[in-house]
Design a binder for this molecule. Structure first.
Ligand SMILES: [Fe+2]
Length: 307
């Protein structure tokens, strides 16, 4: 496994064309398209072996995501995956309205079925419906940037619940390959506005306007914030931006070798530097105890390759 590219020393969005082309070639060469090669079996989440940590970091360095797999007969409590996060340098978690005191969110279908009426959550993640392509926290301002998140599977669905993943660096490359002007347009700091979130009379999140692709001021890495949703997302209305946004949506929708599809199984977890992702609709088991259940925790740090 190669070391991270020296081209990463300069932010991708600030590179001249020739450096960018070198970085692009290196990124595509390092990317691991086969999901089975992105799976790292671990013996003990409470104390990872040095080789396991190295492998997790190396795969993230190539793909911005990795999947760990617990031993087949795990004897660890439901919080043990947080120890994996800690050992990878992820400790500053970010709260959200559905999270518990430790900023862990239980992702389940919270629809309440009673008297023939279905009371769905107003937030799609807490239903069994499909989730469009997005990055986590696309509605957050720069003080609450989600740089990484972890999804740990306690129980898979009976059917569905597939996550598709696309490394945002790959998405940027594919878009710029199609038309450099489109990639540039999505770096416009005014390109995507998410209106404020009001519950009852209370504003629980302010409006935020920002780019899709930007340089993370804290790390210098390429950062993406994106949502495919049409409702509650306002794109700056210029001809080039309209084309750029629809080109990116088409890249994400089109089957290609860069998109990884994973149905997390019990004891598996996805660790990622907030790559683009979606979720297919799912069907739960009839048993309440065996409903699809994933734990999600978001971080203001990303997983770095330390060499
Ligand atoms: Fe998400």
């Amino acid at each position: 496994m190669p070391l991270p590219s020296a081209f990463n020393l300069k932010p991708v969005l600030e590179m001249g064309e020739s450096d960018y082309q070198c970085w692009r070639k290196d990124k595509l060469r390092r990317y691991i398209p086969d999901l089975e090669n992105c799976l790292v079996p671990i013996q003990n989440p409470l104390q990872l072996r040095p080789a396991e940590i190295r492998q997790l970091r190396e795969i993230i360095c190539s793909n911005n995501f990795v999947v760990y797999q617990y031993p087949s007969h795990p004897d660890y409590d439901s919080n043990s995956y947080r120890e994996i996060c800690r050992q990878l340098g992820l400790s500053r978690s970010i709260s959200n309205p559905g999270a518990d005191a430790d900023n862990v969110t239980k992702i389940q279908d919270r629809t309440v079925y009673d008297a023939g009426m279905n009371h769905r959550s107003r937030y799609i993640p807490y239903t069994n419906l499909a989730l469009n392509w997005h990055t986590d926290g696309y509605y957050n301002n720069q003080d609450r940037m989600v740089r990484a998140f972890v999804l740990h599977c306690m129980e898979p669905a009976q059917a569905g619940g597939v996550n598709a993943l696309m490394d945002h660096e790959i998405a940027y490359i594919l878009l710029r390959d199609e038309n450099p002007q489109w990639a540039k347009a999505l770096c416009d700091p005014e390109c995507l506005t998410i209106p404020e979130n009001i519950v009852g009379q209370k504003v629980i999140r302010d409006q935020f306007t920002g780019p899709v692709f930007s340089t993370d001021p804290a790390t210098g890495e390429l950062y993406a914030r994106y949502t495919e949703r049409k409702h509650n997302a306002v794109w700056k209305d210029t001809p080039v931006l309209r084309k750029a946004a629809s080109a990116l949506a088409a890249i994400l929708r089109t089957e290609n070798r860069w998109t990884a599809e994973i149905t997390l199984q019990r004891g598996q977890g996805l660790i990622c530097n907030n790559v683009l992702h979606n979720r297919s609709a799912f069907e739960d088991n009839d048993s309440q105890e065996r409903k699809r259940c994933l734990y999600r925790i978001r971080f203001s740090e990303r997983v770095q390759f330390l060499g």
